[in-house]
Design a protein around this ligand. Structure first.
Ligand code: HEM
Length: 459
């Protein structure tokens, strides 16, 4: 028998619904889950919405019933406007084709080629941090990961001041004068700030308006680079995309390539920045974990330089990153549009609704992760393996056929940076700073993690 009963929950205020508490209340999911359970209804970002929390509901959304859901209809309009017609908002055949075309740039041999560049850029930053001694790590990681992403993905090399030569100073897309040209990374920050802007009015003074202007400048820049790669491919990921062909021998158009490159640059640094910052913060707060991680690195260092093979042996570092992914997931959840009505746990969800599968809520379930607030990398030790009791328990990168395209790229990059930090450096968290998490647009400690940094003298 079919149920016509909607999931429990309430819609909140007229028009606004519960949008404000969804954005600003860090306990939004927890409170609703405690009251209503694994599936509940609300109204956010202008739509009736159902939230699904926990391994079984998430498996339903990401895998067994994924044909009931659309990415395009799911992600808020701001995302579509700012990130363009990219993989992130594509569905069905179109998505499948493009994902296949993009996959080789993020796996296998391509990854192996990225290692040296990742390592040498990291080395430059370690040197810089050693000279600086005190800095805000969130901002520094953002520059580092952006430099890695822009060099490997689109072959952009910022000049000595960090300003990219291809961007023109003078006027923004709104005709407003600028003193200096913004760096690509600054433009992405402006763009990111517009993703969750509540009032998306396209005026120069609103976050959203500024984000649109940044998008236009980025598109202009990326289009130029795509044209260059079409004429003369190099060895960056974009060149692989430019040359990729589907079974019928067709490649992506200029417009498609530009949108995909923009998405990759965006997705390729905000999230890794967040996880690296929390990694350094938690190790700063847990000297016993830091010590064990350092011992692992020093033992491996005797086997030689960092290589793919050596990275595969860093099992304690892997445990730490799993715990960072669980406790400090950079992406709180994924949006979908319901394109076929469905039933779950006896509740009916109509077509046209918005759905959010909750990464944050799933990672906080006491039934899977006892004392979920505690930072404990041993949850992932071979003996405990808390995330293996049920599939879809650790979902910081999503899951199923549309799992994060850059997962291997991100893990490679984060592990190289972490290994180099652990082998030769130490850091102290500076006093009088707020380490409270801010979640939008990217999860980070409020004051950006201020540290004192120095090289270790192993003698
Ligand atoms: C710590 C780093 C990262 C995290 C936590 C992360 C997280 C995620 C998550 C949760 C999703 C799925 C969203 C959903 O189901 O709605 C996703 C998808 C995606 N990510 Fe990542 N990501 C990371 C790094 C990267 C990197 C480095 C790239 C590319 C260079 C990337 C590119 C993508 C793309 C293209 C998709 C869409 C895949 C598809 O729909 O087929 N991500 N990511």
């Amino acid at each position: 028998m079919h149920s016509s009963q909607l999931p429990p929950g309430h819609y909140g205020l007229p028009l606004l619904g519960e949008t404000l508490s969804f954005i600003f209340d860090r306990q939004f999911i927890e409170k609703h889950y405690r009251k209503y359970g694994a599936i509940f209804k609300t109204h956010i970002l202008g739509k009736p919405t159902v939230f699904m929390v926990g391994p079984e509901p998430v498996e339903f959304v990401l895998s067994t019933h994924m044909d009931h859901f659309s990415w395009r209809e799911g992600w808020p309009d701001n995302f579509k406007q700012l990130l363009g017609e990219s993989l992130f908002v594509q569905d069905g055949e179109e998505h499948l084709r493009n994902r296949r075309l993009m996959m080789p740039a993020f796996h296998g041999q391509a990854l192996a080629r990225y290692l040296t560049t990742m390592e040498s850029i990291t080395q430059e930053y370690l040197q810089k941090w050693q000279e600086k001694r005190e800095f805000r790590w969130f901002e520094e990681f953002k520059q580092l990961t952006f430099e890695i992403a822009s060099q490997l993905l689109v072959g952009a090399k910022p000049d000595s001041e960090g300003r990219d030569l291809n961007l023109q100073a003078g006027k923004t897309a709104w005709g407003l004068p600028t003193k200096t040209s913004p760096t690509l990374s600054e433009l992405f920050t402006t763009l990111t700030n517009g993703l969750f802007a509540i009032n998306p009015l396209p005026l120069p003074i609103t976050k959203y308006g500024r984000a649109l202007a940044a998008r236009d400048q980025l598109l202009q820049y990326i289009t130029t680079v795509v044209r260059q790669r079409q004429q003369q491919p190099t060895n960056d990921a974009l060149s692989l995309l430019v040359q990729a062909k589907d079974e019928e021998g067709n490649g992506m158009s200029l417009k498609e390539l530009t949108a995909q490159a923009m998405l990759l640059l965006f997705a390729g640094h905000e999230t890794t920045t967040s996880m690296l910052t929390w990694f350094c913060l938690e190790l700063g707060r847990h000297p016993e974990v830091l010590q064990r991680a350092r011992e692992e690195q020093l033992a491996l260092a005797e086997q030689g330089e960092i290589s793919l093979e050596l990275l595969g042996k860093m099992s304690y570092l892997d445990q730490i990153f799993c715990e960072i992914e669980r406790l400090h997931q950079p992406v709180g959840g994924g949006f979908r549009g319901v394109i076929k009505p469905f039933e779950f746990n006896g509740f009916h969800v109509p077509e046209g609704w918005q759905l959010v599968y909750s990464i944050l809520g799933t990672h906080q379930l006491v039934s899977i992760y006892p004392e979920p607030q505690r930072f404990d990398p041993d949850r992932f030790s071979p003996e405990r393996q808390e995330h293996k009791q049920k599939p879809f328990s650790l979902i910081g990168f999503g899951g199923g056929p549309r799992i994060c395209l850059g997962i291997a790229f991100a893990k490679l990059e984060m592990k190289i940076i972490a290994a180099k930090l652990l082998r030769s450096y130490q850091w102290k968290l500076l006093p009088q700073q707020s380490l409270e998490p801010v979640t939008i647009p990217t999860r980070r400690p409020k004051d950006g993690l201020r540290v004192r940094f120095e090289q270790i003298n192993h003698n």
